[in-house]
Design a binder for this molecule. Structure first.
Ligand code: AKB
Length: 316
């Protein structure tokens, strides 16, 4: 049977670029994008789009049947900062959407599921540096709790119902095509927009807050690679650590100054600092490398160069 993809939450930061990449892989007619509302990004005028609430199982099932979908990428979620403000809604969206999709796979209505987890599954008692694949996980945020619970459910559905679910723990993702929304790592995208447009930025995290990050091209490639890997090589069915970069706001500002020498940064930490302080500084991703050959390609300099070149062309 040929692959037919549904992306739920396609209009977000990852979904936008994933939609383009999956269409390149499977063809326009085999990829359906969906979200609670359509964004005005051109990407969504170029192929099938459905307005879909990720909390509505019947609507997801109807869409899956309409297009004979085989693989679902469930990208809809409330991220860390927003989830703290709306815990009930975050739990409802982040958990029930996952149950709906896992149950469709259990009922054999679909064949394969991708579900994103996050470095937010770790907490204050996890090792901060090179956080291992398997370690203490005591997340202290609504978002992190929902992602850790989701990971346990993914593994449970795989072991007990044979569901082919695959997942990676994304670090902060840096991209210029679509903006993030409601995350703690969002500063690492905002800083580029303000550097290019205003030459200055006030960061909501302290200058010495080191967090794991990745350029979007690597994140999208990881997503597609794990979905294309042989089932036997995907041994972890909760979620895989993946890693690329780790830097502080100060280090990022210095890297931007290499391209925009007059750029200045100030610091005004807010409630997101507490979230960042509970997360790892860097991640050990050797299990993903061993199991399905993962490695990142963008280093700090290449990422900063891509961001500035593309935003200067788009925004100035
Ligand atoms: C967030 O900051 O909430 C996300 C994440 C690390 O999962 N970008």
């Amino acid at each position: 049977m040929s692959t037919k993809v549904l992306i739920i939450g396609a209009c977000g930061q990852i979904g936008t670029e994933l939609t383009t990449a999956l269409r390149k892989t499977y063809g326009f007619s085999n990829v359906v994008a969906s979200d609670i509302r359509k964004s005005d990004n051109e990407v969504f005028n170029q192929g099938a789009f459905e307005v879909l609430d990720a909390r509505d199982k019947d609507a997801i099932k109807a869409c899956v049947e309409k297009y004979a979908i085989t693989d679902v990428y469930l990208m809809a979620a409330l991220l860390s900062a927003t989830a703290e403000k709306q815990p009930d809604f975050a739990w409802d969206l982040n958990m029930n959407s996952l149950f709906h999709v896992l149950n469709l796979a259990k009922e054999k209505v679909i064949q394969k599921v991708f579900w994103p987890s996050s470095i937010a599954v770790f907490g204050e008692n996890s090792p901060k540096k090179n956080t291992p694949q398997h370690t203490i996980m005591e997340p202290s945020t609504v978002y992190g709790i929902s992602k850790l619970a989701g990971e346990r459910w993914c593994e449970y559905y795989h072991k007990n119902h044979g569901v082919d679910v695959r997942s990676i723990r994304y670090p902060g993702l840096i991209s210029w095509k679509a903006n993030p929304g409601g995350g703690t790592t969002d500063y690492a995208v905002e800083i580029f927009h303000e550097a290019v447009q205003k030459g200055s930025y006030t960061c909501f995290l302290r200058e010495d807050t080191s967090l794991p990050m990745m350029f979007m091209d690597d994140a999208v490639r990881a997503t597609i690679d794990i979905m294309n890997a042989d089932a036997e090589s995907v041994k972890v069915r909760s979620s895989y650590n993946i890693a690329a970069l780790s830097f502080t706001p100060k280090e990022l500002a210095e890297a931007i100054q290499e391209f925009i020498p007059n750029f200045t940064i100030a610091y005004a930490p807010d409630s997101r600092q507490k979230i960042a302080d509970s997360w790892p500084e860097s991640i050990d991703d050797t299990t993903a490398t061993t199991d399905w050959n993962w490695s990142h390609t963008f280093d700090m300099k290449a990422m900063v160069s891509e961001m500035i070149t593309n935003l200067q062309r788009e925004l100035v």
